[in-house]
Design a protein around this ligand. Structure first.
Ligand code: PBG
Length: 326
């Protein structure tokens, strides 16, 4: 036997030399939930995550940054009273997100602050877009009026100092429209990270619990993608690239590694993947039951996403993983 692959695995040094992929803290984007309250709150549907107060947010982001995390993305838990059919709160300059962005940029100027652009946390219908009841009683999520609202939301985040805005709504044409809106207002340097291929996934359940943002009626299948499709992801990525996206995203990550890998071959843009709440909780709950080694499984799941072709990973493990990798 001349060929013995095990020679390349015989010591930790050789294994490190020939390792094809690495994980590091700067690969991670840390999703953080914020709320109006002055106390940090445990999230029932997402053990291990919190709805942060403003002070808690600054502290947590600072600790993550010190561990090498370069970016956070903010998700607001908006009070039920502020939710309207028109989602006007989403572009209130004194709202939760703009306030948090200003505070974060002041406390941690070098940390990249990303905001989520979509109407669901603000919309009394719980949809990512504006909802209109049709003559036959069915509900339609309107595309073009939603895009106008998203432009105002993105502009409001840019004015507050966001480095990157991240549309997660899956309306058609929103990347180009947001780019135009930002440029006209002088925010040429604010980047767009587009959720290009976002699937209509049951893995988002715990997140919707965290924000109490589940749709009141219907589902998201007329705008989020069918889990059966991969060619459609490539079409969406091509459109967003043409409309000026700086980075693109596939979401969820773990059950869609083939999509990440196919998209990787079709674009040279930086590619992010979102390890979503349901993926996180499957690992956490198995670990809490003592069925798996949570740290090892979490790191392996992240490496799998990296190996599939993602440059960046949005993950609730970001801070813990950064500490584990030290
Ligand atoms: C909504 C949004 C969702 C997530 C991020 N942004 C949920 C949804 O589309 O219903 C899910 C993230 C997660 O599950 O961790 N704009």
């Amino acid at each position: 036997m001349y060929i013995r692959p095990r020679r390349n695995r015989k010591t930790p040094a050789i294994r490190a030399l020939i390792s094809e992929n690495t994980l590091s803290a700067s690969d991670f984007i840390y999703p953080l939930f914020v709320h109006e309250g002055s106390e940090d709150q445990d999230i029932e549907s997402m053990p291990g995550c919190k709805r942060w107060s403003l002070d808690g947010l600054l502290q947590e982001a600072g600790e993550a940054h010190a561990l090498g995390i370069q970016a956070v993305v903010l998700f607001p838990a908006v009070g039920e009273k502020l939710k309207t059919p028109g989602a006007e709160e989403s572009w209130n300059p004194d709202g939760l997100v703009p306030t948090a962005v200003r505070a974060l940029k002041e406390a941690h100027p070098d940390l990249c602050v990303i905001t989520d652009v979509a109407l669901d946390p603000y919309n009394s219908d719980g949809h990512d877009g504006l909802v209109e009841e049709q003559a036959d009683g069915s509900l339609e999520v309107l595309n073009d009026p939603t895009v106008l609202a998203l432009c105002q939301q993105a502009l409001c985040h840019a004015e507050a100092g966001a480095d990157v805005v991240s549309p997660s709504d899956m309306m058609d044409g929103r990347v180009g429209a947001i780019r135009g809106e930002l440029d006209d207002a002088g925010y040429q340097d604010v980047s767009i990270l587009s959720y290009s291929a976002k699937y209509a996934s049951a893995f988002y359940g715990p997140f919707r619990g965290a924000l109490e943002s589940a749709p009141k009626a219907g589902d998201k299948k007329t705008y989020q993608m069918d889990p059966a499709n991969v060619r459609e992801a490539i079409r969406e990525v091509g459109l967003d690239e043409g409309e000026g996206a700086d980075m693109i995203m596939v979401k969820p990550a773990g059950p869609y590694l083939d999509v990440i890998s196919r998209v990787r071959e079709t674009t040279v843009l930086p590619l992010a993947a979102y390890q979503v709440s349901g993926e996180y909780l499957m690992i956490e709950s198995a670990a809490a039951s003592g069925w798996v080694d949570g740290k090892a499984v979490a790191l392996e799941s992240l490496m799998g996403i990296k190996r599939a072709g993602a440059d960046l990973i949005l993950t609730y493990y970001a801070k813990r993983a950064a500490a584990w990798l030290k």
